[in-house]
Design a protein around this ligand. Structure first.
Ligand code: GLN
Length: 621
């Protein structure tokens, strides 16, 4: 039976696998639950329609599987292929919502509200593509699904086993993504990233499921990539391949023969080392890639292309007929313009302070780091970022001393009391000293508290998160409001929401005149509606609101009062992408430049991002 292209697929000459009906799935009646080879597939699934690229780490974790996988996915996406990444985590948590950012890096919130780990952020940024629940799976999700089905009697008296049931559930998730990964339609390639390393207990069932998947899908449909690490002990002064060999062997013991090997290393991997690994792993040198340290990860897609990795993948997976060369040229030109700007000399120099809680661990604010980098490239600025813990900022004088060292400050999101009073003082200092300020989520709430205390004179104003008994609960939890909004289960407001932007405000000029934008939220507390009239009467401007309910989403001070003072109840860092930096970050960096170079506001770039302050201040301390 010939396969047909899914509706809307741009490349009509799609070649099916030689004879999919002769494949394993059909031969053994594999969706029959009484069969030993039980392997469920979604209705209408066509083997060979979607290809799979699987990236598995060896030697150690944290080598950048996500960066490798997203760069390769980008190369194929630029060629007109539709791609869908999925990260498979071995831990038993259902999502990353309860993970400590100190241990696991930031919690990245997707448009559909799923709390995932920071790697999903890498995929979204590199691919410039929104992801959702289908792109993230944990062992906890898989086991929950199996156990719930078992309780419902869903296994018809069979003993429920790791194989075929758990592995079957994993394959099902991958095939469902294959069928829907292109905005609800079948996609060309699913990129699977397995968390951890080959040989870990907790990801063993994923590797087994992928081995089975490759067999069932048949030849030319799955490609395995081993990401490994080349040691270069300074005492020897040369690269050693033994750890890599052993790591790859571990993968082969699990029944997986890699087709491609990516070698992480400090320096470019030598031919000699590649040959050695090649001999022990059955992978030709032309299918090896030196992923050595680089100034920027954004140059990796082009480096892969130069090494011929894209052609190798296309040949292995028989994807050449689906390539759109015109689109590739266009996308490459855009990306290369970005990477050459990245490498170009920067004319402006600024210093930004991020006043948070996890100052010692930048992964806890990975997306903020990236959002600043996107602006630095767009505005040609060299930005020195300093991360500070505010816990010991005990006086306004100290706060002033601290914030005036910077050309702009960010107070990021957070939970818990530690450092909050210090943040309030820093925001007050930034307001009084006219230092450009961006408050994010908790940083937005802190700005409201600061305004209530020091402008309205409500000395005990606070958030009920930190002082439930305060007489001035300017930030509070409003469960009833959440009920109206239809927030299910958990008590956090999560994911993408529309924000209506007030006319004639700084926010509106930043967002290019838009009357509404969509941004991502992760919070439990918000501005108490009962306090809004007093805050507004005192001079605080709420320039972004919920379309229906009295939920305040953006605040600002009039530009006459402060050159750049803005806050968002949402997380603007989550939607910043290399080629489309988030406007509130752009405004901050532009205002920071203008602070050092008054002429900047008059330049074309500056005019777009900085509004000039022109009349007397309306808000005073
Ligand atoms: N703790 C605050 C809340 O729950 C802010 C959360 C955040 O900054 N992400 O509303």
């Amino acid at each position: 039976m010939p396969l047909t292209d899914g509706p809307g697929h741009p490349n009509q000459q799609f070649e099916p696998a030689p004879d999919p009906t002769a494949g394993f799935l059909a031969q053994f009646g594999a969706s029959d639950e009484s069969s030993e080879a039980f392997s469920p597939t979604p209705r209408g699934y066509q083997p060979g329609r979607t290809k799979y690229v699987v990236v598995i780490g060896t030697v150690m974790s944290g080598l950048g599987k996500g960066i490798f996988s997203s760069s390769l996915a980008k190369l194929l996406k630029d060629k007109g292929l539709s791609v869908a990444p999925i990260k498979m985590e071995g831990y038993l948590n259902i999502d990353s919502g309860t993970l400590n950012p100190y241990r696991h890096g930031e919690v990245f919130v997707l448009e559909d509200g799923l709390e995932t780990d920071m790697d999903l952020g890498t995929y979204e940024r590199v691919l410039n593509q929104d992801l959702g629940r289908r792109n993230f799976v944990t062992a906890g999700q898989i086991y929950t699904e199996i156990l719930e089905r078992e309780r419902r009697g869903g296994y018809l008296g069979r003993d429920v086993q790791m194989i075929p049931h758990v592995t079957g559930a994993v394959k099902m998730r991958l095939r469902e993504l294959a069928m829907t990964g292109n905005a609800g339609k079948p996609c060309d390639v699913v990129f699977v990233e397995v968390g951890g390393t080959a040989g870990d207990y907790e990801n063993g069932f994923y590797i087994e499921a992928l081995r089975e998947l490759a067999f069932e899908e048949g030849p030319e449909n799955c490609c395995f990539v081993a990401l490994t690490y080349i040691l270069e002990p300074s005492i020897l002064g040369e690269q050693k391949s033994k750890a890599a060999q052993l790591g790859i062997k571990r993968l082969m013991e699990a029944g997986v023969q890699p087709h491609l090997i990516a070698c992480r290393a400090k320096n470019p991997v030598t031919e000699k080392v590649m040959q050695k690994i090649s001999m022990f792993s059955n992978v030709p040198v032309k299918r090896m890639f030196s992923m050595h340290d680089r100034a920027s990860i954004y140059t990796i897609p082009d480096a892969m292309r130069d090494a011929g990795l894209d052609r190798e993948i296309l040949s292995m997976l028989n994807l050449h007929p689906r390539v759109n060369a015109v689109q590739e040229d266009r996308e490459r030109a855009k990306w290369n313009a970005f990477t050459s700007q990245l490498a170009a000399a920067r004319t402006h120099k600024v210093k930004i302070g991020v006043l948070g809680k996890y100052a010692s661990l930048r992964d806890a604010y990975a997306s903020i780091d990236k959002a600043i980098e996107h602006c630095a490239v767009a505005l040609g600025a060299e930005i020195e970022v300093e991360w500070l813990d505010t816990s010991d900022v005990e006086t306004l004088a100290r706060a002033k001393e601290l914030v005036t060292r910077f050309d702009g400050v960010i107070v990021p999101g957070g939970f818990g009391m530690r450092g909050v009073e210090g943040k309030i003082r820093c925001v007050q200092a930034a307001r009084l000293e006219r230092i450009p300020f961006l408050g994010i989520c908790l940083g937005f709430q802190v700005a409201v508290i600061e305004f209530a205390r020091n402008v309205l004179g409500w000395a005990d104003a606070h958030s009920t998160e930190f002082d439930p008994a305060t007489k001035h609960p300017v930030i509070s939890e409003l469960p009833d409001q959440k009920k109206i909004e239809g927030i299910m289960g958990g008590t956090m407001r999560l994911g993408g929401q529309d924000v209506v932007i007030e006319k004639g405000t700084l926010a509106q000029s930043l967002f290019g005149g838009a009357d509404h934008v969509r941004e991502r939220f992760r919070h439990r507390y918000e501005v108490d509606p009962a306090q809004i009239p007093a805050l507004v009467a005192g001079g605080l401007v709420f320039s972004g609101r919920h379309p229906k309910h009295p939920i305040m989403q953006v605040l600002e001070l009039p530009v006459q009062a402060h050159p750049y003072f803005i806050g968002a109840q949402f997380h603007p860092e989550l939607t910043s992408r290399p080629l489309t930096p988030q406007p509130m970050f752009m405004g901050l960096v532009a205002a920071a430049i203008a602070r050092r170079e008054p002429g900047f506001a008059q330049t074309e770039l500056g005019r777009r991002w900085v509004r000039s302050a022109n009349s007397a201040a309306t808000v005073t301390a």
